[in-house]
Design a protein around this ligand. Structure first.
Ligand code: FAD
Ligand code: PHB
Length: 390
């Protein structure tokens, strides 16, 4: 098989790039390790910035997002028994975010690929990129007993943090930067009316909590838990009890609890690899960088990589202009690091660190007090939360 752009990973990054390129007449093949059902069962991101939404529309898969996604003009930070609002719209001169689940967005992308007869190969086993330091890279994979080779001009690694792409780059040709946090997020999805129409990020001496949502009838809640905990340690009743303890009294009293339809623990990590390109292999999204979910940046950072790569590849194929490909890693990383900084800051502000001293606690309290006493500090938070320009 031959294609122009071989994409490893059929998550949001890989599917979005493939759909955008297809619409500009550029051939792609997407190799995804898992089944479509498996990919669609993963409950992850919920908050999209407008740059991401604009790309979904450009990819002609934004219709349902615009119909069913909810525009959020602000969110709350709860602390010391009260909640204070961050008015995103006012603070950014009109910008907002869209609450629309990653599951739905991925479903829309799959349907978009189907409509155009895009090639997405599921259950592709043992995918490997080869010869990407030459001008003739290729991919191999197995499907059952068949071994398949895909020749291509470029390989794009969109295969997430645990994927094969980054691991295929010689260790001495890249540098990894990492911070692992000593806690995770236990998340519950529940078919109940969300406690608040806007997100509430709560900091409490017992730990962080987040009240999010997917729709007016679907709640998504998280609590900070030690890494040693497992899902089995948390019955639904115990989860909701702990969540309510970390929220202001009026919020806790208004909460409707119900059985969980999904429950999982996500470890928190900050990670960046540099550069994001090695020869004809380009990394994008979680394959190159991840953030703790506190600032809602992960998927949105992936979208900006895809934006740069999409334009770079279109320039290459339509104008024989390689400037975008040459500058991809530098441009993508400049934005990625701003997302890292913001996610680290939000995480440090709102979580309880097991080894924090009384001094660290005072700094956290002062950071919060400063935030809500300074329009400039709030504006900086809002500007980052709605997404910096691509
Ligand atoms: P993935 O979604 O990881 O997709 C990679 C794909 O590659 C997968 O389908 C995988 O099966 C496939 N794959 C892996 N290895 C191989 C292989 N060897 N061969 C072939 N295929 C392979 N981000 C936000 O912006 N906003 C939020 O509100 C937000 N909330 C989050 C909440 C939680 C609890 C978590 C865990 C994450 C959250 N994120 C959020 C982050 C967001 O989910 C990720 O950044 C996003 O999934 C990245 O997309 P991706 O396509 O780059 O990678
Ligand atoms: C979510 O709804 O899953 C969500 C929302 C905001 C975040 C992280 C996760 O910061």
């Amino acid at each position: 098989m031959r294609t122009q752009v071989g994409i490893i990973g059929g998550g949001p990054s890989g599917l979005l790039l493939s759909q955008l390129l297809h619409l500009r007449g550029i051939d792609t093949v997407v190799l995804e390790k898992h089944s479509r059902d498996y990919v669609l069962r993963r409950i992850r991101a919920g908050v999209l910035e407008h740059g991401f939404a604009a790309l979904m529309r450009e990819a002609k898969v934004g219709e349902r997002m615009d119909r069913e996604g909810q525009i959020h003009e602000g969110f709350y930070i709860a602390h010391d028994g009260i909640k204070e609002r961050v008015n995103l719209k006012e603070l950014t001169g009109g910008n907002t975010v869209i609450v629309y689940g990653q599951t739905e967005l991925t479903r829309d992308l799959y349907e978009g690929r189907d409509r155009l007869d895009g090639i997405v190969i599921h259950n592709a086993e043992d995918v490997k990129p080869h010869d990407f330091d030459t001008s003739r890279p290729y991919l191999t994979y197995r499907q059952g007993v068949d071994a398949v080779r895909v020749d291509c001009d470029y390989i794009i690694g969109c295969d997430g943090f645990h994927g094969v792409s980054r691991q295929s780059i010689p260790k001495d040709k890249m540098r990894e930067y990492e911070r692992v946090y000593p806690f995770g997020w236990l998340g519950v999805l529940s078919r109940t009316r969300p406690v608040s129409p806007e997100l509430i990020y709560a900091t409490h001496e017992r730990g962080f909590a987040l009240c999010s949502l997917r729709s007016p009838t679907l709640s998504r809640y998280y609590i900070q838990v030690p890494l040693t905990d497992s899902v089995e340690d948390w019955s639904d009743a115990k989860f909701f009890e702990e969540l309510q303890r970390r929220l202001p009294e009026d919020v806790a009293a208004a909460m409707i609890t119900g059985p969980s339809i999904e429950k999982s623990i996500a470890p928190l990590r900050s990670f960046v690899v540099e550069p994001m390109r090695f020869g004809r292999l380009f990394l994008a999204g979680d394959a190159a960088h991840i953030v703790p979910p506190t600032g809602a940046r992960g998927l949105n950072s992936a979208a900006s990589d895809i934006y740069y790569l999409y334009h770079a590849l279109v320039d290459h194929y339509t104008k024989r202009d390689d400037a975008g490909l040459e500058s991809y890693s530098r441009r993508a990383l400049a934005r990625v690091w701003k997302g890292q900084r913001f996610s680290w800051w939000m995480t440090a502000l709102l979580h309880r660190f097991p080894d924090s001293s009384a001094y660290d606690r005072r700094l956290q309290e002062t950071d919060l007090a400063y935030l809500f006493s300074s329009q400039k500090a709030l504006a900086s938070l809002a500007e980052n939360y709605v997404g910096l320009p691509f």
